[in-house]
Design a protein around this ligand. Structure first.
Ligand SMILES: *Cc1c(COP(=O)(O)O)cnc(C)c1O
Length: 342
């Protein structure tokens, strides 16, 4: 495997910290829980898309692009980070936003990520749920090209084999940090959506001969669909990076039991997890991805999936800007009681 052969531009604050969460660990009474702070990648409040964009935007520049075209849900963290990266690189940014959540609130429509997309001056085009976005992005790019532009299409979530390199690199970074402090990681847990994070991590781990189990907690698709999406991208990424065949189908595990009513729809577990991490550790998680994944991990700990001698690392993929979009849906009074906090 040779990562350095790929063009890359620096967008993220790296390495991100690896931190112990002593109060959450004590509260749950199970394994020691650590968090890999990819919410601190730095670009426009950070998040996991920034690592991917280091490779994707480098590819766009290499091809002479002057305009980025990408896609996401209305509250897409990916779109926000892409719009910021485009500004930093002096590129235009055309964004196709999908109305994926039924009955959106005013905050959902105007605050959080979308407010920042406007601040970054992205050209926003809204589409109904279920639009064929590959076709829509192709059309859009064709129109830009006809006007003399050089468009570059960035996949949803920057999840293609180029973007996944960012998480191959994250796996190497994490292995180095764990090694430095003598930490044995018994399981790595992350949210899994458009699959680039999950796929890149598993390629990075296995290409380095690490057997650390990786569990993705799904936020949108059912388990079979999600695992196939991750595996297919992992196979392509492994080949691309020069480690073909390093990932087996059995290396890819997704638990999709914590989605609730659907993508972006709040759950009680998410609400509890977001409040708990805020009040125990002073950390911000988001309602759509990291909060639901955390709710899954907390539930698995409570069900005894891990023992007290183990170490879990949760990859914090960011997204806290989304809290503002959900301002009137979070149940702050139902969280962890004050007496439990000390
Ligand atoms: C996009 C995103 C994810 C999911 O990552 P994928 O690579 O799309 O699977 C998780 N958390 C946050 C906050 C995200 O924005």
């Amino acid at each position: 495997m040779l990562l350095t052969k790929f063009p890359r531009i620096s967008l993220a604050h790296l390495p991100t910290p690896l931190e112990h969460l002593p109060r959450l660990s004590a509260q749950l009474g199970g394994p020691q829980i650590f968090v890999k702070r990819d919410d601190c990648t730095g670009l426009a409040t950070g998040g996991n898309k920034t690592r991917k964009l280091e490779y994707v935007m480098a590819a766009a520049l290499q091809q002479g692009a002057d305009t980025i075209v990408t896609v996401g849900a209305l509250q897409s963290n990916h779109v926000r980070q892409t719009a910021a990266a485009a500004c930093k690189l002096g590129l235009g940014c055309e964004v196709l936003l999908e109305h994926r959540v039924a009955k959106p609130t005013d905050n959902y429509l105007n605050s959080g990520n979308i407010l920042l997309d406007h601040l970054f001056g992205a050209n926003i085009h809204e589409y109904p749920a279920g639009t064929d976005f590959n076709a829509a992005m192709d059309d859009h790019a064709a129109r830009l090209a006809a006007d003399g532009h050089k468009p570059y299409i960035v996949a949803g979530g920057a999840s293609d084999k180029v973007g996944a390199l960012g998480y191959v690199n994250c796996a190497l970074e994490l292995l180095g940090q764990a090694n430095e402090r003598g930490l044995i990681i018994d399981e790595l847990v992350c949210a899994t959506g458009s699959a680039g994070t999950h796929a890149g991590l598993i390629v990075g781990l296995r290409a380095m001969q690490s057997a650390i189990p990786l569990l993705g907690i799904g936020v949108s698709a059912p388990q079979g669909v999600q695992e196939k999406k991750v595996f297919d991208l992992a196979v392509a990424t492994a080949e691309y990076v020069g480690a073909p065949g390093c990932v087996q189908r059995t290396d890819v595990a997704a638990n999709c039991d914590y989605i609730g009513a659907g993508y972006g729809v709040p759950t009680d577990g998410m609400n509890e997890a977001v409040v708990m991490l805020a009040r125990l550790e002073g950390l911000l998680f988001d309602p759509v991805y990291s909060g639901k994944a955390l709710a899954g991990m907390i539930d698995l700990v409570r069900r005894g999936h891990y023992n007290a001698a183990q170490n879990l690392v949760f990859l914090h993929t960011g997204g806290s800007v989304g809290l503002f979009a959900y301002a009137d849906q979070l149940q702050l009074e139902t969280g962890i009681a004050t007496a439990e906090r000390s």
